[in-house]
Design a protein around this ligand. Structure first.
Ligand code: NCD
Length: 340
């Protein structure tokens, strides 16, 4: 069964063969849709009764950490977690390999976020328990890409659009942002995509990703000007400048930083564009990010996108534990649902 007992480390593990990879993504999304009512708290299940998730976050997180936690809890499982290095034995010099060998015995699934690229894969090498990458430095964030695609498909469905053949503009720090790396690789599974990579000169999409997209027959256009970059886009995927991965002096050198705001969107975006952002967005004055002056724009789907993290992450757990055929068998209406 798809993903059973496997680690989820990179979108590249879906890219071995296009047709099969898309079938797998569709199967995962079908499970997520079945779990929507559980994700919303309308229905309860004990599917993961007795199972333990180790939720290991060595880098800042709100959505990813909490949505993995809520997803596992909603499925009836228990969570054991650790946040930051200071409360973990890694601060005493323990290696990732030893930590992995130990925690693999304590849990049935492990989610890990870590500031170093490649570290989650290095950890997973020593874990006999499935490890899900919750973000490894500037590397990848595969579960975010899956929930992004889930959101795109559901939003497109409302207007009868299909993903293949559409244009996605990705804006912001494309060099250090792991979400755009994973999402580009995932969208590459579809046919005939057009990618607009819109970033300051010094923060471009890595050449290795651009080369792969072009080799797969997709169109890639590079922009530093957001006005031209968002024109014609069916999806505008905004990202934050990853300040923690840049020195302050490096940041102030960029004179071509830009924000995505109301004036820009109203003058240039398609009427049916879907505006996304993995969040957090930087809402401080003068930040070069998605502006809050767009909050009333019906095209903005960032909070729906964040909420979609729950059913998609539930589906990942269900598939990793090989339980997709059991979903729905014990569903009960939740007695407290009406309160919400
Ligand atoms: C992103 C991340 O951590 O990569 N956030 C998230 O998981 N939703 C984006 C970011 O921090 O900019």
């Amino acid at each position: 069964m798809f993903l059973q007992g496997q680690h989820v480390l990179s979108i590249e593990q879906f890219s071995l063969e296009q047709v099969r990879a898309l079938e797998q993504v569709r199967a995962l999304f079908a499970t997520a849709e079945k779990l929507e009512a559980v994700a919303a708290g309308k229905v309860t299940t004990r599917l993961l009764n007795g199972a333990i998730l180790a939720n290991l976050f060595f880098e800042a997180s709100t959505r990813t950490r909490m949505s993995f936690h809520s997803a596992f809890s909603r499925l009836g499982g228990d969570i054991s977690d650790t946040t930051g290095f200071s409360f973990s034995s890694i601060s005493k010099g323990e290696s990732l390999a030893d930590t992995a060998r130990v925690i693999a015995e304590y849990a049935d699934v492990i989610v890990m976020r870590h500031p170093e690229q490649g570290s989650v894969a290095a950890f997973a090498k020593h874990s006999k328990t499935p490890v899900i990458n919750g973000g490894d430095g500037a590397g990848e964030h595969p579960t975010q890409a899956l929930l992004d695609l889930y959101t795109i498909r559901r939003e497109f469905h409302k207007t009868g659009k299909k993903v293949g053949g559409t244009t996605i503009a990705m804006t912001g720090d494309l060099k250090n942002g792991r979400t755009v790396h994973s999402l580009s690789k995932l969208l590459a599974l579809f046919d005939n995509m057009t990618f607009h990579f819109v970033s300051p000169n010094a923060l471009p999409m890595p050449a290795s990703i651009i080369e792969k997209l072009q080799a797969a027959g997709h169109t890639v256009k590079i922009f530093t000007d957001p006005v031209r970059g968002i024109q014609g886009a069916d999806v505008i995927y905004c990202t934050r400048i990853q300040q923690e991965r840049l020195g302050d002096s490096e940041l102030s050198e960029h004179s071509d930083l830009f924000a995505i705001d109301k004036a820009l969107i109203e003058g240039n975006a398609k009427a049916d564009a879907v505006i996304l952002h993995p969040l957090p967005r930087d809402t401080r004055d003068g930040a070069y990010d998605l502006s809050t002056d767009l909050d009333d724009d019906a095209r903005l789907k960032i909070f729906t996108q964040a909420a979609n993290g729950i059913p998609v992450r539930m589906a990942l757990f269900v598939h990793c534990l090989g339980l997709e055929n059991e979903v729905g068998k014990d569903f009960q209406p939740s007695p407290w649902a009406k309160i919400k």
